[in-house]
Write a protein that binds this ligand. Structure first.
Ligand SMILES: *Cc1c(COP(=O)(O)O)cnc(C)c1O
Length: 359
């Protein structure tokens, strides 16, 4: 029996992954130089396919990093001299804030209890804030922030740049990049690839800010900073020897997703989300952690188990379905289920049949 990973990350590999991996081996992708023409073509393809998939305009750069957490650190380093402002609703948004503290900035925050949403009418951001940081889909709790609310925050605070963690909502999340200065993710969640590659999308305005900080002798990072990344990006290279294999695979999988069409992919995710939430909303004892539909995540679902997480996880695993335990303090009381493009409706239905039989 082969396992199916409904885990929130790393997750099930994308269905076409194996085919592309075989092709990569055939083409010796693991041995080519990252300064040669073939790598440039690989970079170009990943860049253009991702732009098409996520509607990323040419006003924005696409950089490759080691992970999403690295992109989070680079974002603070390059866009903040003193003051960032953080919307904290779980462990990843907390990390964003802590990175800013550790980098010697003076971050401010608004924090809600796990599972709660923000009241955007009440958020008052001081005028000296340079960067607003938020986690659009908080994987630790299963909450999401609607893009309209993020745009309204931008409208009310035009002086500040906006940075967004979209690790567990890409490519589902539909972004108007004209209102966003930094968005980042890693590939082991929504793209169904092995871990070890981060993608950082930043605006021209963000690059200008990094230039200003650099001129003022603020440290913006060593081998990876927005200036070194732009310099290499213009010739389709990276400052370091990157994860060539994963960049290749990302381009191929974006191409496959473009063939299906992002509209259809989003629609399929919506359909699966409805099925999952309907199942748990009608279940006798297992209930969605997030009851308010306004901030319930579509891509990472958190379910309360009455302390039966271990039993449920074990029984599902015995049938080949792997789900995530709750995050941190919720380890024993919740499970988390991912709903990414890689997850097939038929597999989901089979998993729900098993779940229904657990007493
Ligand atoms: C997984 C995750 C991260 C961290 O990603 P890495 O690839 O480990 O750097 C950051 N933010 C969110 C919301 C995540 O789900």
């Amino acid at each position: 029996m082969k396992n199916i990973y409904f885990t929130v990350g790393p997750s099930q590999l994308y269905p076409t992954y194996h085919k592309h991996m075989q092709q990569a081996l055939k083409e010796d992708i693991g041995s080519i130089s990252h300064r040669g023409q073939l790598f440039k073509e690989i970079y170009k393809n990943a860049d253009s396919q991702l732009r098409k998939l996520m509607n990323i305009p040419l006003t924005h750069h696409i950089f490759f990093t080691g992970s999403a957490l690295e992109a989070m650190e680079r974002t603070v380093q390059n866009l903040v001299e003193l003051s960032s402002y953080h919307l904290i609703n779980g462990e990843f948004s907390k990390k964003f804030f802590e990175f800013s503290v550790q980098l010697g900035k003076k971050p401010q925050k608004i924090e809600v209890k796990p599972g709660q949403g923000f009241d955007f009418k009440k958020i008052k951001i001081p005028k000296d804030v340079e960067l607003i940081c938020l986690t659009q889909n908080e994987t630790s709790t299963g909450t999401m922030i609607k893009m309209d609310q993020i745009y309204s925050l931008k409208k009310k605070n035009p002086q500040a740049l906006i940075a967004m963690d979209i690790v567990s909502s890409v490519p589902y999340v539909d972004i108007d990049f004209s209102k966003i200065d930094s968005a980042f993710f890693s590939v082991q969640k929504g793209f169904g690839l092995p871990a070890g590659l981060g993608v950082l999308i930043v605006s021209n305005k963000a690059v200008k800010k990094a230039q200003q900080l650099h001129k003022k002798n603020v440290s913006i990072g060593t081998y990876h900073n927005f200036l070194s990344l732009v310099e290499k990006e213009t010739i389709f290279q990276t400052p370091e020897t990157p994860n060539v294999l994963n960049i290749y695979l990302l381009g191929q999988i974006c191409q496959d997703m473009n063939k299906i069409g992002i509209k259809k992919i989003r629609q399929q995710i919506d359909e699966k989300a409805k099925l999952i939430y309907d199942f748990f909303d009608n279940h006798k004892s297992l209930k969605p952690f997030i009851s308010d539909l306004d901030f319930r995540s579509t891509t990472t679902m958190t379910i309360e188990t009455n302390g039966l997480s271990k039993k449920i996880i074990t029984q599902l695993a015995s049938k080949g379905f792997i789900v995530s335990e709750g995050y941190g303090q919720f380890k024993d009381t919740q499970i988390r289920i991912a709903n990414f493009p890689t997850h097939q409706m038929a597999d989901l239905k089979r998993m729900l049949v098993v779940l229904a039989s657990i007493r």
